[in-house]
Structures are given as C-alpha cells and as structure tokens.
Design a protein around this ligand. Structure first.
Ligand SMILES: Cc1ncc(COP(=O)(O)O)c(C=O)c1O
Ligand SMILES: N[C@@H](CCOP(=O)(O)O)C(=O)O
Length: 464
C-alpha cells in the first residue's frame, strides 16, 4: 500500500515510512492511495472474530509488505493484551437500540490507547530494524499525551516531548502524563491552548533543522497509523450488532476529527454505516460548517470536555481531500485560504459532506445534565465527552430501527469536575492500578507560548 499527501506535492511513501513521519513535506497529511474493500461475504466470515483477529484482517492491507503477517499478528496480540477487558471494546446497552462502545479499558483510560499502544510497538519494530533513534513531538489536550507516553515510554529508540496547554487539562490527565519519570519523557506545559501546542508541533515538523539531523515522528492523528488502528473498533461494534445483515449508526465526540474520520473510512471500506454523527462541544466549527457551509474560526473556548477544546481540526483536511476528488492542488489552495479567512466550499462538495455526516454542538450545561440524568436512570456514569456523543446521538438520530452506537471515548474518573457538577455521584473512582496517581511525583516544565522557547528546551534536553 502506498500513501500520498493531501496537498499533492510530496513523494508517495510505504507504510513503514508513513509511520515514521508526521506531516508530509508539502504540509499535507498522508492518506492511502486506495482503501481495501470488505464484501458482504467477507464481513459475514468475520462475524465471530475476536477483536485481535479482526484487527489483523482490517489493518493488514494497510500495512502491506512492510511487516510480515505473522509478526504483525503477534504485535496486535501483544498490543491488546495491555487492555483490562476481555472484549477489548465492550458494547453496553444504554436503552433500546442505543449502545455505548466502551473504548476506555486501555492503560490510560481513553480511546487513544487503541492506536497508541500499537504505534509504540510499530515504532520499536521499525526503529530497531533501522537502528535509528527518533524524536517524538506531540500536542495534547489531555488524552493523546498520556496514551503516547504509555505506549512509548519503554522504548530505547525514542525521546518524547509532549506539549499540553498549561492548566487546561484535567488533574488526572496531567498527572497521568507528568508522573511518568522515565528519562526519555519530557512534558511541556505551554502557556496557551491546544491549538497553540498543535501549531508548534506542525511548525516543527515543517522545519526540523533545530534538531540538527535528528528525525521527528508524530504521535498525533496526523500520523496515519493512528487513524488505521481506530477503524477496527467500528468494524468490531458493527459486526457484533448484526452487520453486514444489519446497518449501524455511530455518534462520535469530535475534536481533531480523527476518530470520526476512521468511521468514515470504515463505511467506505464496506461496513454498512448509515449515519455518522459529529458531536462537538462549544468549539463547534465543524457543526457550524456542516450546518451553513461556512468554515469560520472562532476563539477557542474552555469547556468541561477539555480534550475536545480544539478549533483547528487536523483530520478535516483528509475529508476535504476526498470531497475535492483527491485534487492535491485544489486542497493546497483551500487549506491556505482556510487558515486566514472564512471559507465556503462548492455546493456539491458541501452537500456530499452533509449526506455523510449529521452534527450537533452540546453546551456544558447540557453535558452535565446528560451525565446526571443517565446516572439517575441507570447508574451509568458517562464522561463529559461521551455525554456529548450521547446527546448528539439522541438529537440527530435518523432511524430508530438502526442501532445507534455512542463512542465512549474516556473513563469518567478522568473528568471528576464535570461529573461532580452533574450531581451524579461522589467522585468517580480510578481503577486500582491508578489508585495512587494523586500521590505520585510529577515532573514538567512550564514554557511560554513561543516556538523558539519550546524548541530550545528540546535541544537542551537532547543535549544537541
Ligand atoms: C476523550 C476524548 N473524546 C473525544 C476526542 C475527540 O477525538 P478526535 O480528536 O479524534 O476527534 C478526544 C480527543 O481529541 C478525547 O480525548
Ligand atoms: N483530544 C486530543 C487532541 C489531540 O488529538 P489527536 O487525536 O490528533 O492526537 C488529546 O486528548 O490530546
């Protein structure tokens, strides 16, 4: 399988090279040249596959000849052995034909573990083969950071710098990152917001000269392997609920548009998904775009669902590429305009987007109300991001006969403030392996919202 840039001006890469990169040199994001197809017969044959078996079937075509099947199968089994539920991604019934796909049974209690546990193993495999050390640089609004650190902290091949917005992630999220004291892990709290962190990461990928020859590698969803691993749980949930004989709908709490883009790809690959709901918080640029065909940036707002406090949604570019017939030049022009002005796309492309996605924006008040109500009704504690997914699912549902799956993206104990405000329960409890989290020593550096300051801190930590 080959990968091309959404902006059309970068060389095509194979899977190994695409895993060990970030942005394409032309500023675009890598996408596969084509998607594997899963026929009805093939889906039927996978109905009773375990999560791990399915993961190999879904991902192997993307991996191609970069890893042999036996080695990749072992890697996948090892990856999901780190999860704390036998089903890996269990489905829980919330009400008649509304299901919660619990994606928080990994080591850091968020859906990011699905891809980042695998990515850490992919890095080790390729870097050991090359005998090469790389530098990871990532931006996080809370969950990617801890999942990346957990996935890569034991690697001899990486030094890792994770930027989070100072004071804008939950205390549990911060401690999950900053209490990892391995010498190759560096946490930087930036006096800015997530978009500022992500901007610095992208600028560093675009010009890596400050690293004096060391190579940067991405852990954010600009890295194709992140998206690839997230496609699998859409297949898993749909097959468990009766696909291919039965269609399924998904509601996805959305920030950087990676998770829902994986759902869109699953649909393109043949999974009978009849509805995809983009669920946002007050940072609702994607909802506003889908409602009005105006892509208009608004200032980032801080909400009770901090992991989705994102305005510039990286992966939206991958969708726009498809909506523009994969025309790299058209995309390069569009992305340039989108960064400075309010943009509308051609009506046909926008109508296509509206046919693919429904959307809703959910306020903090509605989020806490939903958490409280769900707790009263069934003692089910939703984290604020998942609560947004649930509310959007109910508001946007097209066909009650089609099972609606809400992606449960994080464990409620990561977001005690929102849960407390909902009046749902006393503090949600962390699982035993994190019971002492609040007592662990922390290490992080606070830096101004300034690219040069961040890069020079990296250079001195790496002793370059
Ligand atoms: C808990 C949680 N839910 C939802 C999201 C949104 O996912 P995505 O950025 O892939 O849209 C994130 C992170 O972005 C998250 O951490
Ligand atoms: N919500 C994310 C933000 C980064 O998104 P990513 O999927 O591109 O890594 C986080 O929790 O860090």
């Amino acid at each position: 399988m080959k990968y091309i840039s959404t902006r059309g001006q970068a060389p095509a890469l194979n899977f190994e090279d695409v895993v060990l990169t970030g942005l394409a040199p032309d500023g675009g994001l890598y996408v596969p040249t084509h998607l594997p197809e899963f026929s009805v017969e093939k889906l039927q044959a996978l109905r009773s596959a375990s999560y791990q078996e399915l993961a190999v079937e879904v991902m192997m075509p993307f991996v191609g000849d970069s890893i042999d099947r036996e080695t990749f199968t072992e890697m996948v089994h090892d990856t999901y052995a780190a999860f704390n539920h036998d089903a890996i991604a269990p489905l829980k019934q919330l009400e008649a034909d509304v299901w919660l796909l619990e994606l928080f049974h990994g080591p850091t209690l968020a859906f990011k573990d699905f891809a980042l546990q695998l990515l850490g193993r992919l890095f080790d495999y390729f870097l050991a083969k090359r005998q090469q050390k790389v530098v990871i640089m990532g931006a996080t609004s809370g969950d990617t950071g801890s999942a990346a650190i957990d996935g890569c902290k034991r690697s001899a091949w990486v030094d890792m710098f994770i930027l989070h917005p100072h004071g804008r992630v939950s205390e549990v999220q911060r401690r999950q990152m900053t209490s990892i004291l391995e010498p190759n892990v560096f946490n930087i709290a930036v006096e800015g917001n997530f978009d500022d962190c992500q901007r610095m990461v992208k600028a560093s990928f675009a010009d890596q000269s400050f690293l004096k020859g060391r190579q940067l590698v991405a852990v954010n969803s600009i890295n194709w392997a992140r998206i690839m691993a997230q496609i699998v749980y859409y297949f898993y949930a749909a097959l468990r609920l009766g696909a291919p004989s039965r269609s399924v709908a998904f509601s996805v709490p959305t920030g950087n548009f990676g998770d829902i883009f994986a759902g869109y790809l699953a649909k393109q690959m043949g999974l009978p998904i009849t509805q995809l709901v983009v669920a946002t918080n007050r940072n609702d640029i994607l909802h506003r775009f889908l409602a009005s065909n105006r892509y208009e940036q608004a200032p980032l707002e801080h909400t009770l669902s901090p992991s989705m406090d994102i305005v510039v949604s990286s992966n939206f570019e991958r969708l726009l590429f498809d909506l523009h017939h994969r025309d790299g030049q058209a995309l390069a022009d569009l992305m340039k305009r989108m960064s400075t002005e309010t943009v509308s796309i051609e009506d046909v492309a926008w109508q296509k987007a509206r046919a693919l996605f429904d959307s809703a924006a959910v306020s903090d008040e509605e989020t806490t109300r939903v958490i409280g109500e769900r707790w009263k009704r069934s003692n089910e504690l939703l984290d604020p991001h998942t609560a947004i997914g649930y509310k959007a699912a109910i508001d946007c549902r097209r066909d009650p006969a089609v099972p609606m799956v809400v992606l449960g993206t994080a464990h409620p104990a990561k977001f005690a403030e929102a849960v407390r405000k909902s009046g749902a329960a006393s503090d949600p409890v962390l699982p035993p392996f994190l019971a002492d989290l609040m007592d662990r020593e922390e290490r992080f550096e606070v830096l101004p919202n300034d690219l040069k300051a961040v890069q020079s801190s990296m250079v001195s930590a790496l002793k370059l």
